[in-house]
Design a binder for this molecule. Structure first.
Ligand SMILES: Cc1cc2nc3c(=O)[nH]c(=O)nc-3n(C[C@H](O)[C@H](O)[C@H](O)COP(=O)(O)OP(=O)(O)OC[C@H]3O[C@@H](n4cnc5c(N)ncnc54)[C@H](O)[C@@H]3O)c2cc1C
Length: 376
């Protein structure tokens, strides 16, 4: 790939992973972003950072599995504790029906070779003593983890730079077509290959080509407690959360609490079909109240910050990863909804294999953009 110039539009976690992967393949990589630094805008700046196997559908599970294994084996070394740390996920059931869902989930994970263990009674409460005593049980997925995406994305781009890549901040792209990236300042950048990794804004960049990319905003709100409040070791999530995660309901609030390496608890989460903007206090109260049901007392902890972010979702809940129809030399990696941090390094591998015409470790057809992208 020597002298093969690739421009990546977007320096969120997906663009950062593409940058490192393609630089490692020998491409001359240029990453551009409208923001002032890597990972400080968009979903990457707003996300929780849970690296999780979501077993909602088999293709998505494969993407999570590959992404998680790359984060586990090849996350940049970062001073402090912002890199990948293995906390495990503890899915919690408050009644027998949801516990039965976890039993089914355990079977699906086992069939895919993913370590998971059902916990009931004492073993469940010993795993997380601070959780409500009336919970029926849970499913522990010990190899899941957490990372702080803005810092990790910046470290990925640094690794790409060591291989000759360049990052240009404050560059706003207006459109993309085969061989050329056009900027709002009137300039353009020529490239052999272009990767659109601009999250929600992937919509706008292909407007001039008459391509309609169906990406839908889905807002999420989070809060973070003060340091020294961490009473959990796992990322705890209520079973049933995945219904909201998959967009099966219009508006959803579910308990997801992530212990941060800073001694804080990140509390979520919600899903609504809209752009994230101001924090909605009433919604935040519902999120905290739901968390209090599973972790009694959390509502009395001091909260130092609340924020809202936007997930970029697709109508079929699958990301778009692969070549853009009718635009040779243009690829897209966008629409990851609530799993983009987990899946980003896997998506980067799929893009690299597609660019090289080589066989990827997992079947890429489930994410082929041609399934939903239409030319008007
Ligand atoms: C509340 C919330 C919680 C989440 N929790 C998790 C979680 O626990 N685990 C998980 O795996 N995922 C989680 N996610 C999802 C995850 O954060 C996203 O899927 C992921 O960050 C998307 O990354 P991205 O690189 O595709 O897009 P983004 O992070 O949005 O990056 C896109 C980049 O493109 C740039 N850009 C856009 N338009 C242009 C333009 N015209 N010109 C130049 N640059 C442009 C932007 O500035 C931005 O930097 C969460 C998301 C939210 C909102």
């Amino acid at each position: 790939m020597a002298n093969f110039k690739v421009v990546i539009v977007g320096a969120g976690v997906v663009g950062a992973c593409c940058a490192r992967t393609l630089a490692r393949c020998g491409a001359e990589v240029l990453v551009v972003d409208q923001g002032e630094a890597v990972g400080v805008r968009g979903g990457t700046a707003a996300g929780m950072g849970h690296i999780v196997i979501n077993d909602g559908d088999r293709a998505g599970l494969q993407l999570c599995k590959l992404g998680r294994s790359i984060w586990r084996d090849d996350c940049p070394e970062i001073a402090g504790a912002d890199g990948f740390s293995e906390t495990g996920t503890l899915w919690m059931a408050e009644d027998d029906d949801t516990f039965n869902e976890l039993v089914n989930s355990a079977a699906r994970l086992e069939a895919e070779g993913i370590r998971a263990e059902l916990l009931v009674g004492k073993s469940f409460h010993d795993a997380e003593p601070a959780l409500a005593r009336d919970l029926v049980g849970g499913l522990r997925v010990p190899e899941d983890g957490v990372l702080y995406a803005p810092v990790v994305a910046a470290a990925m781009v640094d690794q790409a730079k060591q291989l000759g890549a360049t990052f240009r901040p404050r560059v706003r792209v207006s459109s993309v077509e085969s061989g050329v990236v056009r900027l709002f300042d009137g300039n353009s950048i020529e490239a052999d290959a272009i990767v659109i990794a601009s999250g929600l804004n992937a919509l706008d960049l292909l407007d001039e080509s008459g391509i309609e990319v169906p990406i839908i905003p889905r807002e999420g709100q989070l809060a973070i407690t003060a340091r020294g409040t961490q009473v959990l070791s796992h990322h705890v999530v209520e079973a049933g959360y995945q219904k909201g995660a998959h967009g099966e309901v219009e508006e959803a609030v579910a308990c997801a609490i992530l212990p941060r390496s800073t001694g804080q608890l990140c509390i979520g989460s919600s899903r609504r079909p809209r752009h994230g903007a101001m924090v909605d206090r009433q919604l935040m109260e519902r999120i905290v109240a739901r968390s209090d049901r599973f972790l009694p007392g959390i509502s009395r902890l001091p909260i130092v910050r609340c924020w809202s972010g936007t997930r970029a979702a697709t109508a079929d809940s699958r990301p778009l990863i692969g070549p853009v129809p009718a635009q040779p030399g243009v690829w897209i990696a966008a629409g990851f909804e609530g799993l983009g941090i987990t899946q980003a390094p896997a998506a980067a591998q799929l893009i690299a294999h597609s660019m090289h015409g080589t066989t990827s470790p997992i079947d890429p057809r489930a994410w082929d953009p041609a399934r939903v992208m239409t030319t008007s």
